[in-house]
Design a protein around this ligand. Structure first.
Ligand code: ADP
Ligand code: MG
Ligand code: ZN
Length: 612
């Protein structure tokens, strides 16, 4: 290959160069052969009258002396000048002497310029090697992105289980790459950037590979951390190359794994002057703006820390579509286990559902290693097949490992989370005007939330009534209320809920004039009123007296207390439903809002809902 030859030749130049220098040095040394003698010997020769002439430099004495036998030539000698003044001695023995300033020119070349040349040579050589590492058929010798050919990948969507929603989105992308005319005819265009977001080990990298495997187009994959390593300025150059290559080879897919390594918010919390990464990020943004997705280049990236990404990356026209790759629920785990169990040739009689029950909280990568571990245990125990007991032991090992890393919640906590989430849901369902409950899950999400209740507004809202706001507060407090009712004790799990509820209550009093004692006065003095979002601006002080401040605090407190009581009462009426739903939720890990509604209807304890 062209490139390979080129860089071999440059190594040869280099070797020949060194060789020439060495020979030259030898030759010079031979012609100017100088014998170095001790000073004492010099003085002795001087006394014997054998010194012909000398020249004295700052540190040395050089000269000619007569040889032992007269047939030979005079000898060039050199000695270190020990006595500060040799001239007296030389006068005494009538030797011609002169003083010269030592010429250091030649020595400088040897000691300074050659090492520099060597370094430059080595540097060039290394650069060549580093940039030439790209394998494959289309290497332009500049980029480290790996190019996979379709056959090399061998991953299809069948290998990725339990993340059906993400797969559905990606199928659309593949369809575009395969039949772009179909979309372009309609004037449609695909999103430029597709970001896979989800906790570690949920199969983001695997999904990207599956996309490559299914789409039959070149797939450039590079990891964010690879961008940032190495020399200054390389990251940005690499991004440029990557996009150049991609445009030249469209249709194709570019995949940046671990985007957070490059994409961290600029000038935030980092070491100042760490602008290598910043340059890389800027270049990435520039390139993303510059290319037209309709030529068939799709940019994909994955991250498990979307919260640290620079907001610029998420703007429309950049990574504008985000695909959530979440932790699997029980059904998902069953599907994933089936994928991996299929690979085992000697499998005993295994109940997959039972296995899924034993592994709450585990993600795809954990399950893959569970299956592998069980197989290893079976082999080690010289069993004929992989049996249930092996899986049980493997689960124990993996759970112990994960618990150490704090990634699993224990059964007690799961129970608290289940009641807490149901508390939100049941209160929300019992109060007219709150958003309908879509689903409830105790599969941990992200880093902070242990479970969640998904409420989807039925329509876009621009105005909210006081009753609705109060209902919202009550449902936010429902989580803690349920905990208190069932476990008597309360947990820290509600702190986010409390923050949101307090925020709404405060806004009601200070912004919307809904307080009773504070009256219809706008107390908040802030540039932008954040509507129902947990804003950071709460600490800003408005223009009101301390007395008013106390009134506001009191009112906020009252609203919260009252709504907490409302939530408590509602839950108390529905305790039976709560218990039954909790059992179901702990078993299934995810239940639909419709299930709860049905349960409420069956038990018939709900107050008639207004307007329904
Ligand atoms: P991520 O990139 O999200 O951290 P990976 O894609 O690297 O996770 O997953 C690591 C391994 O775990 C995969 O190679 C695969 O064997 C297994 N795995 C993860 N998620 C799944 C899944 N949804 N279905 C099947 N296997 C999975
Ligand atoms: Mg990954
Ligand atoms: Zn909550």
């Amino acid at each position: 290959m062209n490139l390979e030859k080129h860089h071999k030749i440059s190594i040869w130049y280099f070797i020949v160069g060194i060789w020439v220098v060495l020979i030259l040095q030898n030759y010079l040394a031979a012609t100017y052969a100088v014998k170095t003698i001790p000073y004492s010997q010099f003085v002795q020769k001087l006394k014997q009258g054998k010194i012909v002439e000398v020249s004295i430099t700052e540190k040395h004495i050089q000269g000619l002396m007569k040889p032992e036998s007269s047939s030979e030539k005079d000898i060039n000698f050199r000695t270190v000048r020990v006595a500060p003044d040799t001239s007296e001695l030389l006068d005494k023995y009538h030797v011609n002497y002169s003083a010269t300033i030592e010429s250091t020119f030649f020595r400088d070349i040897l000691s300074w310029i050659i090492p520099v040349l060597l370094f430059v040579g080595i540097w060039f050589f290394l650069m060549k090697r580093l940039t030439a590492q790209q394998p494959g058929f289309m290497s332009l010798g500049k980029n480290k992105a790996k190019v996979y050919k379709q056959e090399e990948i061998g991953v299809s969507f069948e290998d990725v289980a339990g993340v059906d929603e993400a797969v559905a989105e990606l199928v659309e992308v593949i369809d575009f790459l395969k039949n772009p005319e179909k979309y372009l005819e309609f004037g449609g265009s695909l999103p430029k950037g597709l970001l896979l977001v989800g906790p570690p080990g949920t199969g983001k990298t695997l999904l990207a590979k599956a996309v490559a495997g299914e789409s039959h187009v070149p797939f450039y994959s590079i990891s964010g951390s690879e961008f940032v390593e190495l020399f200054v300025g390389m990251g940005a150059a690499r991004v440029r190359d990557l996009f150049d290559q991609a445009s030249a080879n469209a249709p194709c897919i570019v995949f940046i794994d671990e985007l957070d390594a490059v994409g961290k918010a600029r000038g935030f919390g980092g070491v100042p002057g760490h602008d290598e990464r910043e340059q890389t990020l800027n270049q990435l943004l520039v390139e993303m703006d510059g290319f037209d997705p309709n030529i068939g280049v799709i940019l994909m990236a994955a991250t498990n820390r979307p919260e640290v990404l620079d907001p610029a990356l998420l703007r429309p026209g950049r990574f504008d579509r985000q695909v959530l790759v979440d932790r699997p629920d029980k059904q998902g785990r069953i599907a994933i286990l089936q994928v991996h169990l299929k690979k085992i040739k000697k499998l005993g009689d295994i109940d997959v559902e039972e296995l899924a029950n034993m592994t709450p909280g585990m993600v795809g990568a954990d399950l893959a290693s569970l299956v592998n571990e069980a197989t290893l245990l079976a082999v080690r125990g010289r069993n004929k097949t992989v049996e249930k007991e092996h899986f049980e032991e493997a689960v124990e090992r993996i759970v112990a490992g994960l618990e150490k890393k704090n990634r699993l919640i224990n059964p007690k906590e799961r129970k608290i989370v289940a009641y807490h989430e149901l508390g939100h849901a049941l209160v929300a369902l019992s109060i007219p005007g709150t958003d309908p409950v879509k689903k409830i899950t105790i599969v941990p999400r992200g880093i902070a939330a242990l479970g969640y209740t998904m409420q989807v507004p039925t329509e876009d809202r621009f105005l909210m009534t006081k009753t609705e706001l109060l209902g919202k507060i009550a449902s936010l407090l429902g989580g803690r209320a349920a905990e208190e009712m069932i476990f008597i004790d309360i947990s820290t799990g509600a702190h986010n809920d409390l923050a949101k509820a307090t925020d709404i209550a405060r806004s009601m009093v200070t912004e919307y004039g809904m307080g009773e004692k504070a009256g219809q006065v706008y107390y908040k003095k802030e540039p932008q009123a954040m509507f129902l979002q947990l804003g950071q601006g709460r600490t800003a002080t408005g223009e009101y007296s301390e007395e008013t401040a106390r009134v506001i605090d009191e009112e906020v407190r009252n609203i919260i207390d009252q709504q907490y009581a409302v939530a408590m009462k509602l839950l108390d009426e529905k305790r039976e439903i709560l218990e039954e739903a909790a059992t179901e939720l702990l078993e299934k890990e995810k239940i639909d809002g419709s299930y709860l509604e049905k349960l409420i209807k069956e038990k018939g304890t709900e107050k008639p809902l207004e307007g329904e």
